[in-house]
Design a protein around this ligand. Structure first.
Ligand SMILES: Cc1cc2nc3c(=O)[nH]c(=O)nc-3n(C[C@H](O)[C@H](O)[C@H](O)COP(=O)(O)O)c2cc1C
Length: 161
C-alpha cells in the first residue's frame, strides 16, 4: 500500500486541521497516511510521497515547513511531493501565488504542485499581533471541499504512478 506523510507547520491549529482533511481524503482513497507536525519529522525515507503544508505569517511560509525542506531536501527530491500554504483571511476566488518560501521549496525539491488555501483566525486569538488582527480580520476562510478535491487528485496521481 502507498504510504504518504502529511506534514504541517501550524501555530494556531487551522493548518493542522487542513492536514487532517487531506489525510482523511487520502485514507478514503485507500492510501495509508501518517499526519505529523513538520517540526517532528527528521526523515521521510519511510514514505512513498509527502504532502507538506504551512501557514503563512507575515508573508512567510511557516518556519517548521521550511525547516523540514532544509533537513530532508535530498529525500524529498527523490519522491513525489505536494505543497500547500494556508493564509489569506478572505475568500479565495482566484489562484493565489504561494509565499516565496513555498516557491523556493517547490523549485528545490521539484514538488509537483504548490497551492494556497484560505486561512482561519479565531475572534478570540491571543497574543500580539494576532489579537489585534482578529478584531478586523477574524474568520474561517478554509474550504474543506476544495481541500478534499485536491487531496483526491493526489490519490489518483499516486495510483497512476
Ligand atoms: C500575526 C499574523 C500574521 C499573518 N500574516 C499573514 C500573511 O502575511 N499572509 C497570509 O496570507 N496570511 C497571514 N495570516 C493569516 C494566517 O496565515 C492564518 O490565520 C492561518 O490560517 C494560520 O494558520 P495556523 O492556525 O495553522 O497557525 C496571518 C495571521 C496572523 C495572526
Amino acid at each position: 500500500m502507498t504510504k504518504v506523510l502529511v506534514a504541517y507547520g501550524s501555530t494556531r491549529g487551522s493548518t493542522r486541521e487542513i492536514a487532517e482533511w487531506v489525510g482523511r481524503a487520502l485514507t478514503g482513497q485507500g492510501v495509508e497516511v501518517e499526519i505529523r507536525s513538520a517540526a517532528e519529522v527528521r526523515d521521510v525515507g519511510a514514505y512513498d510521497a509527502v504532502v507538506l503544508g504551512g501557514a503563512v505569517y507575515f508573508g512567510r511560509w511557516h518556519r517548521h515547513a521550511r525547516a523540514l525542506v532544509r533537513r530532508c531536501a535530498r529525500q524529498l527530491a527523490e519522491r513525489p511531493v505536494w505543497l500547500f500554504s494556508s493564509g489569506p483571511l478572505q475568500r479565495i476566488d482566484r489562484e493565489v501565488t504561494p509565499p516565496a518560501g513555498a516557491e523556493r521549496a517547490r523549485r528545490r525539491i521539484g514538488a509537483r504542485e504548490s497551492v494556497v488555501f484560505g486561512g482561519c483566525l479565531r475572534p478570540d486569538a491571543r497574543g500580539f499581533p494576532a489579537a489585534t488582527m482578529a478584531r478586523t480580520a477574524a474568520g474561517d476562510f478554509r474550504d474543506p471541499g476544495r481541500v478534499e478535491t485536491w487531496a483526491r487528485d493526489i490519490a489518483y496521481e499516486l495510483k497512476a504512478t
